[in-house]
Ligand binder design. Structure first.
Ligand code: NCD
Length: 326
């Protein structure tokens, strides 16, 4: 059986402060302290330990609105599944054309209105800074489900939970990131949090798709240990986990450019023979061709478990921001 690690005093550190999540917006992981992140992890475990029936009483009568102006499967549906598993209800839209945005309504007016109907809002929008702007018009907590190529805090928190459950720690892990690191918001958000927890970072990306300058300078400012290269090369053998991402086709400047980079990296069973036996392969999904399906049957393939942990983390976020869980 796959081992799943328990969060103990050692993992979360000695000092636990009282946390004030009730009524709070979750826009950027930079707004959360390390202790607060570990508190969310602890709440995740507590909710899972309650069992399904008890968990379904936590948000009884509460309403989550999911406002998605950009396509999504996991993020939107896992927010909705999280709320249903907490006993709450869900309303919202999954594309701009099914909302009044198609009639020219502004983001501000949409948010002001929806915050009168719902107790909490999860949103995704193609514009950088949109969730922050929305939080200024909302009467209820706003959770950022992705703002353009910028931030994706709930994916990061789910990924942190995944690493702790599967690897038992963060500090001292050596983690690789392979793919489109220029446009991939999951990586931009995650690596800056991992640096705060002492994870060593190794970036592998096709030429021209390396991490953006603002991420690099943030890592430098945090004193993070990181390297950048094109191919996995010999470094693969050192890694405890490998986080793979697809090319963010929709954010490329031209189709031609995308086609040139397409299929420039693929992880398959053969690749993993060069890695540690227990290397954990993660992917925020959706995947294209960058992880061969022949990896799916290996215990190393953590990406579908990662989707479950992501949903559990959203249960933790919804219940703490609504104040039903302290
Ligand atoms: C990611 C996203 O939307 O940024 N997916 C997700 O939220 N699970 C990754 C992607 O689209 O490649």
């Amino acid at each position: 059986m796959r081992k799943s690690h328990k969060i103990d005093e050692h993992t979360i550190g000695e000092k636990m402060e009282p946390f004030a999540f009730k009524g709070r917006h979750i826009i950027d992981t930079a707004d959360l302290s390390n202790d607060e992140i570990m508190h969310l992890v602890k709440v995740c475990d507590e909710i899972q330990a309650m069992g399904d029936d008890k968990a379904r009483t936590l948000c009884k009568g509460k309403i989550l609105a999911t406002l998605f102006w950009e396509p999504s499967t996991r993020t939107r549906l896992s927010f909705e599944a999280a709320m249903y598993r907490l006993g709450g209800n869900v309303l919202g839209f999954s594309e701009a054309k099914s909302s009044s945005v198609s009639k020219g309504e502004t983001l501000a007016d949409t948010i002001k209105t929806v915050s009168l109907y719902a107790d909490i809002i999860a949103m995704r929008h193609p514009m950088e800074g949109s969730a922050l702007a929305a939080s200024q018009y909302s009467e209820v907590p706003v959770i950022n489900g992705g703002d353009g190529p910028h931030l994706h805090p709930t994916q990061t928190l789910g990924d942190i939970y995944t690493l702790i459950k599967e690897k038992g720690r963060l500090e001292g892990l050596k983690m690789g990131f392979l793919g489109d690191l220029l446009f991939g918001r999951t990586v931009h958000t995650l690596v800056r949090v991992l640096a705060r927890f002492g994870v060593e970072l190794h970036f592998f990306s096709p030429e021209g798709l390396n991490i953006p300058a603002y991420v690099r300078s943030d890592l430098e400012a945090k004193g993070a240990v990181f390297t950048e290269q094109e191919g996995l090369g010999g470094r693969l053998a050192e890694l405890d986990a490998l986080y793979v991402t697809r090319l963010q086709k929709e954010r490329f400047f031209s189709e031609e450019e995308y086609l040139r980079k397409k299929n420039s990296y693929v992880v398959d069973r053969e690749t993993l023979t060069r890695a540690k036996d227990d290397v954990l392969v993660l992917h925020p999904l959706p995947r294209n061709e960058e992880i061969h399906p022949n990896v799916d049957g290996l215990p190393n393939a953590g990406y579908f478990r990662q989707a479950t942990y992501g949903m559990q983390m959203r249960m933790s976020l919804i219940s703490t921001c609504l104040g039903v869980k302290a």
